[in-house]
Design a protein around this ligand. Structure first.
Ligand SMILES: CC(C)(COP(=O)(O)OP(=O)(O)OC[C@H]1O[C@@H](n2cnc3c(N)ncnc32)[C@H](O)[C@@H]1OP(=O)(O)O)[C@@H](O)C(=O)NCCC(=O)NCCS
Length: 222
């Protein structure tokens, strides 16, 4: 399933009308000769809007980050107090928007259409072209929204977009061995285990082992 290019689904809030004032980003790969257009302003799933990260969502991301601080800390780097301040959140969103526009990442915020509340995020980062055509996937969901299949729903659509429109060949996702929820989710999405990397990422203050998994685009020639 491919996302329509613009204004997918019902627009429920003016914030979904992301203002891409710069010309659509076009990237030409000298191996596969693909053109990548700017991200759609929003993508719809049955229960969510997937919105490219940008500064308009500073309030929503700050609320999300503060509310889920303890929930997310075991799976993230140690955060300074300033990380939770409005200006820091705004700067991160600005950087994400820049990355989205530059074609090096796809940062998406998961928004509940009814309330406009941010319920999670998913980030396809480190996009490498040439013969690799790959990226890393990271994601998180608010504690209050776990156990409803929402991240699976969001990632099912986002991954289709990454494979069909961004035309990557491989998505890599890594998790700490004790992250049972993350492991179940990736397995259900079809990610396959490729190994165990010792002392892989400095998470929550320690160098933590990670299980390496990936999902490969099954479309021939991609
Ligand atoms: C990892 C994380 C996103 C998983 O969230 P989640 O809600 O368990 O993920 P899913 O969307 O796949 O939901 C699956 C659960 O919803 C249940 N569910 C309920 N209704 C459902 C529906 N309509 N459709 C599908 N599943 C449904 C499933 O049974 C499943 O529960 P189970 O795992 O206990 O069997 C979340 O725990 C999180 O953000 N953790 C902290 C950050 C983190 O770990 N990030 C990843 C680092 S690798």
């Amino acid at each position: 399933m491919a996302f329509p290019v613009a204004n997918a689904g019902r627009i429920v809030d003016e914030k979904f009308l992301i203002n891409h004032t710069s010309p659509p980003f076009q990237w030409e790969d000298n191996v596969t000769s693909v053109h990548i257009d700017a991200l759609p302003s929003a993508m719809s799933t049955a229960r969510l809007k997937l919105v490219p990260a940008c500064e308009q969502f500073t309030h929503e991301l700050r609320e999300y980050t503060v509310e889920n601080r303890a929930h997310l800390q075991p799976w993230e780097p140690l955060r300074a107090e300033s990380f939770f301040e409005t200006e820091s959140v705004r700067r991160r969103l600005s950087m994400m928007a820049h990355n989205n526009d530059s074609g090096v990442a796809v940062h998406l915020l998961l928004i509940a259409p009814g309330t406009g509340e941010m319920v999670g995020d998913c980030n396809f980062t480190n996009i490498v072209r040439g013969p690799f055509q790959a990226c890393h996937l990271g994601f998180s969901l608010a504690k209050r929204f776990e156990g409803q299949g929402l991240m699976r729903e969001a990632l099912t659509s986002a991954i289709t977009y990454i494979f069909d429109e961004i035309r990557l060949h491989r998505i890599m996702a890594n998790f700490r061995p004790e992250n049972a929820r993350g492991e179940r989710l990736l397995k259900r999405l079809g990610f396959e285990r490729e190994g165990l990397a010792r002392s892989y990422l400095r998470i929550n203050g320690v160098w933590a082992d990670h299980v390496l998994t990936s999902l490969i685009n099954q479309t021939p020639e991609r």
